[in-house]
Write a protein that binds this ligand. Sequence first.
Ligand SMILES: Cc1ncc(COP(=O)(O)O)c(C=O)c1O
Length: 355
Amino acid sequence: MTSLHDTSVRGFASDNYSGIHPEVLAAITAANDGHQTAYGSDVYTARLQELVGEHFGAGAEAFPVFNGTGANVTALQSMLPRWGAVIAASTAHINVDEGGAPERVGGIKILNVPTDDGKLTPELIDREAWGWGDEHRAQPLVVSITQSTELGTVYSPDELRTIADHVHERGMRLHMDGARIANAAAALGLPLRAITRDVGVDVLSFGGTKNGAMLGEAIVVLDPAASEGLTYLRKLNMQLSSKMRFVSAQLVALLENDLWRRNAEHANGMAQRLRSAVEAGISDGSVRGVAFTQPTQANGVFAVLPEGVADRLRESFRFYDWDEARREVRWMCSFDTSTSDVDAFVAELARLTTA
Ligand SMILES: Cc1ncc(COP(=O)(O)O)c(C=O)c1O
């Protein structure tokens, strides 16, 4: 088969618009020959378990799955009884971007809290952390936070520790949606365990896809007491891959030789370059009417554009509206975003805002 798409078309729509990192693709090929036991009893999944132990600490257990929604729903189901509820930011992927799967597939009530920057705090959690023992209220037993957040912000280790302590003191458990955990760890210059296990996260949805995998994430159980029945729930939720060696091989490639960090550092660096270039343009007048709505701490840039600019800019580069009513857009950078992508994009933004 020949390529069916124009490979010169690039953009800032999402970190899953990019392809597969060559080292991940090579790992899939390396895992390909011969036969291996299906459903996870293969040497690549065993190697993944070893690496998860190295990165997250002994005893951490990985359950490879197909996608992030599956990881989140299955992880949360394993943490909650039938009557349980999860507290999350209103911007959380589980609240707005999973098609109702937590509710409809997981049977989980989400208690969502508005935030300024996608980050929960103890005070924000307490808006919904009440009513235990009241049979009329779904019981808030898990808090889910996203790192880095859907708004491109990053929780510091201190913020995470404070949240985890707060959550645990109230008898709840902490889940982290780590679809972009690599970006957060790279931004903070910390190992993965420093912003997960070491600060009290109980169960993590570990992201591979946005970090250069073709497909594949893993539920990583950091405290076995916080999660039950994942072996069965993963199958029940249609997230058990028969050819699991290929999901695991991708995650192995990311976790070996710090490819996860190299990819995330690159994506974060491109977002910084984009932001700095636009800021420089605002200062010298070559970019007009653009304002940022969030700090750029990982690989996403959020900005408000003058009327009509987004659609014209989209004629050359794909990206999404974030909040159409206030003309807010999201620009995401990926492991394969190049400096020339960024520079061409900023040049076109400058042209359109000064035309
Ligand atoms: C914060 C967050 N969580 C989870 C996911 C995973 O979603 P998917 O089910 O598309 O893999 C995404 C992808 O957009 C995300 O941004």
